[in-house]
Design a protein around this ligand. Structure first.
Ligand SMILES: C[S@@+](CC[C@H](N)C(=O)[O-])C[C@H]1O[C@@H](n2cnc3c(N)ncnc32)[C@H](O)[C@@H]1O
Length: 273
């Protein structure tokens, strides 16, 4: 039950517990109301979203990116490996590599990996990890042409990045350009249905307690598929993955998305028609 109570500072607030507004309130009740409103102010502050430029956002996210509860990362980790197959001896580009989650795994599996990102802090995290010395890291803004040779890669990974890319057509053209004729482009992205829940990439900044969102774009499924088609990439695999009981058991943040599509996976091949 919610009622409006006048506080000593004259401000009217909704309290979250029953009070009879016609009766004078005791000091104890007033203190409870104050405590409750302070708590809800704190909650409101932590839930107010601050949208920042993507690079700034990831520079701030880097400190906790690997350790926070991230159901999308967990879900993707369960489903993506079979798409790449055996990568031993293959050349792999990891586009938007972040803290090196995929780049390090792929290098450990015997791939020769080049990994690109524009966030210095995410790249520093990646570079500090065991095995990073085997990877060629490149700092670059992927909104510009990629500084990598054409047809140089057997696998082109782009994982959980596309929702930060405004202009998809050129981006997909670049993914295809990197890919060898018999290579594959492997993509994971937050499912567009998540935007119907008002969800975009975000984290709670440990420094300020504020909810921060690196700028992103609410692309639709058709935007991704048509960008692939226009770039001359054909669809070899598409799958949509919802939060299930196994995921919610691992990730408290996944509970509110149970049964809802969270992840989209694509495997694309250069087409020659
Ligand atoms: C959600 S993280 C994913 C990192 C990694 N691929 C993974 O799956 O763990 C998104 C990454 O994309 C990078 N990114 C986003 N837009 C970019 C751009 N225009 N140029 C370079 N990197 C970008 C961010 O810096 C961030 O590291």
């Amino acid at each position: 039950m919610s009622e409006v109570t006048k506080l000593s500072n004259g401000v009217q607030r909704a309290s979250t517990f029953p009070l009879d507004a016609s009766q004078p309130i005791s000091e104890k009740d007033a203190q409870s109301v104050k405590r409750e409103t302070q708590l809800s102010d704190a909650r409101a502050q932590s839930t107010t979203m601050e949208v920042v430029p993507t690079q700034v956002g990831y520079d701030r996210w880097a400190e906790i990116y690997d350790s926070e509860d991230n159901p999308l990362v967990l879900l993707e980790g369960k489903h993506i490996a079979p798409l790449a197959g055996d990568v031993a001896g293959l050349t792999v580009a990891d586009i938007g590599c972040g803290t090196g989650r995929h780049a390090l795994r792929l290098a450990a599996a015997g791939a020769r990996v080049t990994a690109v990102d524009f966030s210095t802090a995410m790249l520093e995290r990646a570079c500090s990890k065991p095995g990073a010395e085997a990877i060629a890291f490149v700092r670059h803004d992927l909104a510009k042409p990629f500084p990598l040779r054409s047809a140089a890669f057997d696998r082109v990974f782009c994982c959980l990045v596309l929702d930060h890319i405004g202009e998809l057509n050129n981006f997909f053209l670049e993914l295809r350009r990197l890919c060898q004729p018999k290579g594959r482009v492997i993509i994971s992205v937050m499912h567009p249905a998540m935007s119907l829940q008002g969800v975009q990439a975000r984290f709670i900044d440990p420094a300020s307690g504020r909810r921060i969102s690196p700028a992103s774009h609410a692309h639709q499924m058709s935007d991704y598929l048509m960008a692939a088609v226009r770039a001359g990439l054909s669809l070899e695999h598409v799958s949509e993955h919802a939060a299930d009981a196994a995921l919610t058991a691992q990730s408290p943040r996944a509970v509110k998305y149970l049964g809802w599509p969270m992840l989209l996976l694509l495997k694309l091949a250069p087409s020659y028609v």
